[in-house]
Design a protein around this ligand. Structure first.
Ligand code: SAM
Length: 322
């Protein structure tokens, strides 16, 4: 562990609090987040809406991936924090072969402990036959695994993936929601290069900052710095092009990226109208600025996943619907 790691680990509490705040107000359904968050205070409407777009954007990519692979696939959540996607996908009836989560051991120890102590969480892991093996930091079920590891160490990451019986030849989607931005470029490049060399058919969904070269972004950076947290990977967050270039340079076959204004507009209109009635925005302009400073990046290896799309028109043309 390095000195700044504590502050990076604490960003998970922030993310979980914000997700919990939005869920309690009805932005989306998540029966599980409250097991991980004790008392989340209500966040500003812009934050709630921002998290709604983030969670929906990732979900849109994952659902297309699951459909394309017919469930014959793996999901690997890098820097998972207390994210509850595994349980939400189960409730939606989705199938997959393996769902593995990685984070610092401090985080996975807490998450495993909470899973073990709550039947609603544990029963979804037990569901199929098979035992659940636990250690202080790791938990292994028949198709759910959570493991403590530093993502900067690919040898250790490989060992953990082997323990989770990850099949390097099976289609795999990697998720990283606000994670790579906390990792020094040499380590994040190493990680995504290594993944590209190991997996044959894969997609990578990366959500994080973009357009980090203006006044708004320097305020954001200063706020984080005052909490002891630097964005070590911010150099990749200058533009959508710099985001895409990092994956192509690391050996991924192709890459697309959208800012969150585009992602928000692509969310099903009835869902958008529903959440827009939950709270009045104090400042519409602030939400647009927030959306302009976050993005969703989709990279792929092989050609199977190049048509996963965010924008509504492209999604419909992929499905051949006019
Ligand atoms: C902002 S939180 C996001 C958590 C989760 N992805 C979500 O969106 O709810 C960032 C997470 O990345 C993890 N992380 C950052 N750098 C890491 C590293 N080098 N190794 C393992 N985990 C890391 C942190 O511990 C933290 O849980």
């Amino acid at each position: 562990m390095e000195q700044c790691d504590e502050a990076v680990i604490a960003t998970n509490d922030d993310a979980s609090d914000c997700k919990c705040s939005a869920v309690r107000l009805g932005y989306w359904k998540d029966e599980y987040i409250s097991y991980f968050v004790r008392s989340a205070e209500r966040k500003a409407p812009e934050i709630n809406r921002g998290y709604f777009a983030r969670v929906k954007g990732v979900e849109i990519c994952v659902e297309q991936f699951l459909k394309k692979t017919n469930g014959n696939c793996q999901i690997i959540n890098l820097g998972c924090g207390f994210d509850t996607l595994y349980w939400r996908l189960k409730d939606m009836g989705h199938k997959f072969q393996n769902f593995s989560e990685l984070d610092f051991p401090t985080v996975t120890a807490k998450k495993s402990y909470i899973i073990k102590r709550n039947k609603a969480l544990l029963s979804k892991i037990h569901e199929s036959d098979g035992e659940v093996r636990v250690s202080h930091t790791d938990l292994h079920g028949p198709s759910y695994h959570i493991m403590g590891v530093d993502l900067r160490n690919t040898d250790e990451v490989e060992k953990k993936l082997m323990q989770a019986q990850i099949d390097f030849s099976l289609p795999t989607i990697f998720l990283s929601e606000c994670v790579l931005v906390y990792i020094e470029p040499k380590h994040s490049i190493n990680l995504i290069q290594w993944l590209a060399s190991k997996f044959q058919d894969a997609a990578f969904v990366n959500y994080e900052q973009v357009n980090m070269n203006d006044r708004f972004s320097s305020v954001m950076l200063n706020n984080l710095k005052s909490r002891g947290c630097t964005l070590a990977g911010v150099d990749f967050c200058l533009s959508l092009d710099s985001q895409k270039k990092r994956f192509i340079d690391a050996g991924w076959t192709g890459c697309k990226a959208w800012d969150m204004v585009q992602v928000y507009q692509s969310i099903n209109a009835s869902d958008r109208h529903r959440i827009e009635r939950i709270e009045m925005l104090d400042e519409g302009e602030l939400l647009i600025q927030l959306f302009q400073h976050y993005c969703l990046v989709l990279a792929w290896i092989g050609n199977v996943f190049q048509d996963i799309e965010i924008t509504v028109e492209s999604r419909m043309s992929t499905l051949n619907i006019d």
